[in-house]
Every structure is written in C-alpha cells, then in structure tokens.
Design a protein around this ligand. Structure first.
Ligand code: CA
Length: 233
C-alpha cells in the first residue's frame, strides 16, 4: 500500500530535541525527515517536497529567518517556526518573512499537533478552493457577496472594515501581523501607521463582538497582530 501520510520536515540542530520531535510526530503517523542544518533543509525541501516544515531559528549555518525568506521566493510550503526566541520582534519578523505559525520552546505537544493539523487542513484546501463562505459560531462571512452576518442578522461594514475582516478570514486560525495588514489594506508606505489598524479593529469589534473587551472572534496577539478565531481544532 502506498504511504500517504503527510511528510513533515524538521530542521533542528539540537539532537535531543530533534529526536523527541521526530518520535512525537511519528507516533501521530506522520512521515518525518529530521535534519540539523539550514543548508540541508533547503536541499530536502527541493528534493523531498514535504507537506510542512517545522523550523528552528537558531541553526549553525543559515539563520532560520533567512531560510524562510529564501524558501518564500519560490514555495508556499507551510512553515511552523519552533524556537526558543520568544521576543515579539523575532515572532513578528518570522511571520512577516512568511512563516505561517510560531510556537516558542518549551512547547506544548498537544498545541503543536493541533497547529500542524490546522495548517495541513488549510493547505489541503488551497490554492483553488478558498472557501468563499466562512462560518464560525454565530459569525458568517460571504467573501463573494461581501456580506457579513452575526446570529443571522446582516451587519453593514465599510469597505476598509470588510477588507480587514476578509484578510483575517482568509487566514482564519493564524496570526496576521500588523505589517501584513497595513501593507495589504493601505499599502507599503503605511506600515508604520499601526494606529489605523487599532481604530478599524475597534470599529469592527463593536459591530461583530458581543463584548469588545473580551472578543470572541477578533483576537489580539499582543505586539504581533490579530488572529481570527476559527473554531476548536
Ligand atoms: Ca537551535
């Protein structure tokens, strides 16, 4: 029988951590290739075409951030960064460079596995079949008709509010950084204007959330960006 389990590539230079990660993933029936350097990582991505990359940032040869940039010049391979670096600036940079998700060490195994499943699920639907209707709990967004409903009541959004929401919908469950949002909505010359985002996010929450102080859908990732709640994994 042909082996159809997703192939995960782990790039991690710490041997103990690499072997722990490999065992954990193989126990979940993933096929795993685990290697220790960025250069080998690039080779494996090209030759093995893995379904997902789990990447450490502190590598002996190429920095993980550089590796993400290089990969993003030619591939949309899903990337989860797993790093001891826990500064907001490192996390934001990795996401801005094109990583899909970020977990800090020490990591929670259940959380890592759930992020992997979510990312594989999302990419299985791409590239053609981005669902045009998104629904989670009482929130429903029709991207084609540009309609938004909360508990079946249609909510009127301004064009900018809708653009902001639709970017989050297309990345539901994953963080979108301030920079990515500012660049997509207002353009590259506005990437410093994060107060624009705060204003529009507040308006959007007032329209979509029951309690803006404790948002259910439009979640803040402090210092990094926003994540649209996509339901339990
Ligand atoms: Ca390392």
């Amino acid at each position: 029988m042909k082996n159809t389990s997703p192939l995960l590539l782990v790039v991690e230079d710490d041997p103990q951590f690499r072997s722990l990660l490999t065992t954990t993933l193989e126990n979940q029936n993933y096929s795993v290739i685990a290697i220790s350097t960025g250069r080998d990582g690039l080779v494996e991505v090209r030759s093995q075409r893995p379904n997902l990359l789990i990447l450490d940032l502190g590598l002996p040869d190429i920095d993980g951030q550089t590796l993400i940039c290089r990969l993003r010049t030619w591939t949309d391979l899903p990337i989860i960064v797993l790093s001891a670096r826990n500064q907001e600036s490192d996390i934001t940079l990795a996401l801005d460079n094109g990583a899909d998700d970020y977990l800090t060490k020490p990591f929670n195994t259940a959380e890592l596995l759930s992020r992997i499943r979510a990312l594989l699920r999302r990419t299985a639907k791409l590239p053609n079949a981005i669902q045009e209707i998104f629904q989670v709990d009482d929130l429903k967004v029709d991207l084609t008709k540009r309609q938004v409903f909360v508990a079946e009541k249609e909510i009127h959004l301004t064009p900018i509010e809708f653009n902001l929401l639709s970017i989050l919908v297309r990345n539901a469950g994953f963080v979108v950084t301030h920079r990515q949002l500012l660049e997509k909505i207002w353009g590259v010359s506005y990437i410093e204007h994060s107060h624009y985002l705060r204003i529009y996010m507040r308006q959007l929450r007032q329209k979509l959330e029951i309690d803006c102080a404790r948002p259910r859908y439009l979640l803040t990732e402090a210092g990094i960006g926003y994540r649209l709640y996509a339901g339990e994994n």
